[in-house]
Write a protein that binds this ligand. Structure first.
Ligand code: NDP
Length: 350
């Protein structure tokens, strides 16, 4: 019989704890023996890791779109891509590549009755790289694109600053901002290697290592005309310092606040009085952005992103962990900054 494997959630880090590898356990599990009418048997090829999964480790997630993981159960992640091994569903045949951005189990083989989130992969769009369904051509790419277009109000003369800039969303948002005409794009991230990648490979005008450099001084140096748009992936003190250098009538894209995901605070977390005053005095917008609120814009946005990708205008970086055994460690590493671009897990080949 074919072997099967999965990753089980075994302990919570606590609402104020960092996720650790021991919160996850890699285990053998039964291979699905039977499939029913309308179901398909899937072999997982790649899995996505996402900071928003951190809230599922708590007893209460604090958000309405996902529930907490239960101890002893197989992890349910967000995105996955796989191949159909068997099908009793009229819409899928053996050998189809399928992808979902929502609710993919961290399991090598599983049976599923496909729902609306389940889509066949258009191989011409991904240009031979099926992992792109979980990075640039996924909710990640859409978050970067729609964050900018819905909340950024970008003009050609603008200076755009991005935090979490070398990560999955940040590295794409910087490139999309440039293609949308921003005059300068500055990234903030957590290592010299990441800074070098942003400026030398992705064409960012400047990059700041928040762990070793003075953010205030570096921002003044790189943004002499002030900051017009801030794509905020991290929140906390980094964002307080960026907001202080923003222009009148400028815009914060409130995408994520990863610096507080290991803290017991509501989302979005409260910000210091001084930052709040700065926002008010300068008429800076800072509206919460959630990509899932724009499903009607997904197709049109993916079309534009794919066009840029296929014409070589965008570079895509992925950090890929090998094997389901490394899924838990890959998530933990991503939360600590171990990735450049999207952190993925390669589970099996088609
Ligand atoms: P990333 O690929 O950016 O990975 C997370 C990165 O966060 C790490 O690589 C690390 O980079 C950085 N980081 C971790 N801890 C801190 C900290 N304390 N301070 C500053 N940076 C930190 O993940 P994603 O691109 O998938 O997600 C980026 C953000 O976008 C997250 O906040 C996420 O929740 C949000 N998001 C929002 C969506 C929406 O609809 N609004 C949808 C998808 C994602 P470094 O080395 O630079 O520290």
């Amino acid at each position: 019989m074919t072997e099967n494997q999965n990753v089980v959630f075994v302990s919570r880090p606590g609402v104020n704890g960092e996720p650790k590898e021991e919160n996850f356990r890699f285990e053998q599990c039964p291979y699905p023996v039977d499939i029913q009418k309308d179901e398909v048997l899937i072999k997982t090829l790649y899995l996505s890791t996402d900071p928003a999964l951190r809230c599922r480790m708590n007893e209460s997630t604090g958000v309405d779109y996902v529930g907490p993981w239960q101890i002893g159960e197989t992890i349910e992640g967000f995105g996955g891509v796989g191949s159909v091994m068997k099908s009793l569903n009229p819409e899928f045949v053996e050998g189809d590549l399928v992808c979902s951005q929502y609710g993919w189990p961290w399991k090598e083989y599983f049976v599923k009755k496909p729902d609306k989130s389940f889509q066949k992969v258009d191989k011409s769009l991904v240009g031979g790289k099926i992992s792109y369904c979980l990075s640039i051509l996924s909710l990640t790419g859409l978050t970067s694109y729609l964050g900018l277009t819905e909340k950024g109000h970008i003009q050609p003369s603008h200076t755009l600053v991005i935090s979490g800039a070398a990560g999955a969303c940040g590295s794409l948002a910087g490139q999309f901002g440039r293609l949308k005409g921003c005059d300068r794009v500055i990234g903030i991230c957590g290592s010299d290697e990441k800074c070098k990648y942003l400026t030398d490979e992705l064409g960012f005008y400047g990059a700041i290592n928040y762990k070793t450099q003075n953010i205030k001084d570096e921002l003044s140096k790189h943004c002499p005309k002030g900051i017009d748009v801030y794509f905020d992936n991290v929140g906390g003190t980094i964002s307080d310092q960026v907001i202080k250098q923003m222009n009148k009538d400028s815009h914060v894209i409130l995408c994520g606040q990863i610096s507080v995901y290991n803290k017991d605070v509501p989302y979005p977390p409260p910000i210091p009085e001084e930052t709040q005053q700065c926002l008010q005095q300068n008429n800076i917008t800072r509206e919460r952005f959630l990509v899932l609120n724009y499903p009607e814009k997904f197709d049109e946005s993916l079309k534009q992103i794919a066009e840029w990708l296929l014409s070589g205008k965008i570079k895509v970086k992925e950090t890929v962990a090998e094997g389901l055994v490394n899924a838990g460690p890959a998530f933990v590493s991503m939360m600590r900054g171990g990735n450049i671009g999207k952190q993925l897990i390669h589970v099996a080949s088609p």
